[in-house]
Design a protein. Structure first.
Length: 92
């Protein structure tokens, strides 16, 4: 099992919808790993316009998991229309 960080930029939305995305991501990770920390950085201005939006909600997940968990998270992030960008990084 490896340590990973995933940075997610989400469209601005109500708190309930944001919590649903956080819970879904946590459930994917805990299927075969462990969530260390979830940081909600809040709504920030984007460096450039994405899909007509100038702001986005930034989330940082730190977790321990297998490469299968990382592949499933990546798949989920790609099909969810509320997620503007994401990046998964393996930590040493």
């Amino acid at each position: 099992m490896n340590n990973y960080e995933i940075m997610i930029i989400i469209k601005p939305m109500p708190e309930e919808n944001l919590n649903a995305i956080i819970d879904k991501t946590k459930s994917i990770i805990t299927a075969d790993g462990k969530v260390d920390k979830v940081d909600n950085w809040g709504e920030k201005r984007l460096a450039y316009e994405i899909c007509g939006l100038n702001t986005g909600i930034y989330l940082l997940f730190t977790y321990i998991g297998t490469c299968d968990v990382t592949r499933e998270i990546d798949r989920y992030m790609k099909i969810n229309e509320d997620i503007l960008r994401h990046m998964i990084v393996r930590k040493n």
